[in-house]
Design a protein around this ligand. Structure first.
Ligand code: GLN
Length: 221
């Protein structure tokens, strides 16, 4: 199969690091700023940065409605940190008018680890497919990070904080084709999250190709 084309929402934030991490997974990776660019990709990463700025820029660039439609239409999407906030259906500790793209049935609390805590690193416990991929913990970098306060029934918890005052807090989730992490795997060498997301994009592409051909996949894996 040819390389999947994965976009990184490039309005603000750590776009370059995600592009590099995706390329390491064999994906073709491109920045996305316009609706036409969004329409061309097989999957989308929403990077870390500042969610209040990103959502305003998305609206100004005419991207908010296309983003909502794409995510609701099944486009695989992965949000890290600010990107997690953008994918959440409900947000806490946000300005009252802060909109989201939504799609992920979670309540996310912004700057949840305390405003005084700018950044920290911690081991987190992994569950589900992230753990099966390679080991059960991951060294995570958090920067003014949110956490998942509450997750709906269809949401699979993939990672939790271990120890300290935030012990047990949910920091990685998956719901169908949507993945979100409070932390920034693009800033460390651990590529498990990007690898999992690239696999989700590949499976989605394979399923769509199968459906498009009336279920006949030509016998190729
Ligand atoms: N606190 C930021 C926000 O609310 C997220 C921080 C980050 O992405 N590193 O958007």
């Amino acid at each position: 199969m040819s390389a999947p084309l994965i976009g990184v929402l490039a309005l603000q934030g750590d776009v370059r690091e995600h592009l590099a991490a995706l390329r390491e997974q064999g994906a073709e990776a491109v920045p996305v700023r316009r609706p036409e660019e969004l329409a061309a990709v097989d999957g989308l990463v929403l990077p870390g940065g500042e969610s209040t700025t990103m959502i305003k820029l998305a609206a100004r660039f005419g991207l908010l409605a296309p983003l909502r439609a794409a995510v609701r239409g099944g486009l695989p999407a992965y949000g890290s940190c600010a990107g997690m906030i953008l994918l959440a259906d409900r947000i806490l500790d946000a300005p009252p008018d802060q909109e989201t793209v939504g799609g992920l049935d979670v309540t996310v609390r912004r700057n949840a680890f305390g405003r005084q805590v700018d950044s920290f690193e911690s081991e987190i416990a992994l569950d589900g497919e992230l753990a099966e991929a390679a080991g059960e913990s991951l060294h995570a970098v958090f920067i003014r990070a949110p956490w998942v306060e509450d997750a709906g029934e269809g949401v699979q918890v993939l990672g939790r904080v271990v120890g300290g005052p935030a012990d047990g807090r949910i920091v990685a989730v998956r719901q169908g084709n949507l993945v979100a992490t409070s932390f920034h795997p693009e800033l460390t060498g651990d590529r498990r999250v990007h690898a999992m997301f690239a696999d989700i994009v590949r499976s989605h592409l394979a399923d769509s190709a199968g459906a498009g051909a009336g279920g006949d996949e030509g016998g190729q894996p």
